[in-house]
Design a binder for this molecule. Sequence first.
Ligand SMILES: [Ca+2]
Length: 464
Amino acid sequence: MTETFFERPILNSPYDTYFRASLALSRRQCLRALSAGAALVATSPLIGCAAPPAPRRDGRPNVVFILADDLGYGDLGCYGSTDVDTPNIDALAAAGTRFTQFYVTAPVCTPSRMSFLTGRHYNYGVENDIGMASSEVTLAEMFSGAGYRTALFGKWHMGVPDRFGPNNQGFDEFLGFKNGAMDNYSHYYYWGGMNRHVLFRDGEPYHEDGVYFPDIVVRESTRFIQQNRDRPFFLYLPFNMPHYPLQAPAGDEERFSHIEDPLRRQFSSCVWAMDQRIGQIVACLEDNGLRQDTIIVFASDHGPSNEERGGGGSAGALRGHKATLWEGGIRVPCILSWPGTIQEDRVRRQPVMSTDILPTLAAYTGVPLPQRYLDGHDLASIIGSAAAPAPRAIMHWIYQDWWAVRKGPWKLTVEGDKAALVNLDNDPGERHNLFDQRQDLVQRLVDSHSIWKKGISDRRASGV
Ligand SMILES: [Ca+2]
C-alpha cells in the first residue's frame, strides 16, 4: 500500500457511439430549434416575469436550490476561473456566502444528489444504481410537509421507475428527465440501450421537440414563481449543465473564441448558457419582489467529467476529476445567498459537506427536520462567522474501490491497494505523498475509517 501516486483510467463507455450519433443529430436539430426557440421567447407570456410585487402572507422564506451538473471547482469566475464567464453566479456569491471547502459525499451524480436532498450519506438509501429508496425523506418532503409548494425542473437522476421518481419524493410538480443525460433539443436519451424520448411532466411523456431544454426550465420556473408568489415555495433546479452533451445555443460558443481548446470553449459556452438562465430566474424573483424572501443555494454535484464523451471542465488547482476521491472530484463550488439576512460577499473556509444543506435550510426556514438520523449539520453559525468551528472533526468518503478520510489538514486517499497521505494546508493539489513518513497518522485514519464504515453499516441494518 505504498505506491506513490496513481491515476484513474479514463472512463470509456460502450455507448459512446450512441452519443456521437446524438451530437451529429442534435446539431441539425439545433438549427431547427433556433427558430422555434425564438418564437417561444417572443410569444410566451411566461418568459418575461414582470409582475407587480405582492404582499406575502407567510413570513417564511422561499428556497431555490440550483444544482449544476459536473461543474468543477475551477469553472466559475468567483472561484478564480479566468476563461469562463459567469456574471450571474458571481453576483450570487457577491450577494452571499461562498464556501471554499465544500465537499460532496460522492464524485458521481446519483449518490451525491441523494446527500444534498436528504442530509444523509448515500449509503443509506441508494439501491444498486436503481435509484434512491422511496423511504428516504427529501428536502421536498420536508418543505411540503410544512406547507411549502414544491417543484423540480431539470434532471432527477435518482431512479427512473415511478416509485423512485420526484412525484413520489415530495415534489408537487416535475418537468424534466430521470436519466443521467439527455439531448437538449430532441429530449432523447442516446445511450444505455435503445434511443428513446425521456422528457416527462410528472408521470406523463412531455413533448416540446426542438426547444432548448434549459429554456423550458426557465419558463417553468418563472411560471411557478409567479403562481406561488403569495405562499412559500421550494424550487429545485438541477440543471443538466455543463454535463455532456455540451450543447449551448448557437452564438454562445463564439463568445469564447479566445479559448483555444475546442472542448473548453464548448464547455465554457454551456456554463455561460446556464449562468444566463440563472440570471433570468433571479430577475424573476426580483420582479416579483421576492428576492429578499428567497434563499438561493447554488452548488455542483461533483467535479468535472473526463469521460471520453464529456470533458472541458476544470477543477482549477485541485487534483482529479469526476469519479475520483481526489479533491477535484469532491470539492465543488457552493454559494448561499439570502439578501438582508445572510451577509454579503463573505467567504467561508471551514470544511463543510453537502449533507449540511438540508439542516441549514431547515434552520433558516423554521421547518422541522425529518425525524431520522442525519449526517448533516446546520451551517448558520459558520455562515455568520468566519471563526466558527467546522461542524465535524473528521470527514469520510467511500466510492466503489476508493475511500478517503480527512482530519484537519490531513487527507488519506485510498484506491484498492494504493494510497496517498497529503497535508491539504500546504499541498491542496495533493502532489506530495507523505504516506511512508507518517505511518502513525495513517494508522489512526485507517482505524477511523473502519469505525465510520461500521457505523454506516449498523445504522443501515437497523433502518434509522
Ligand atoms: Ca453529475
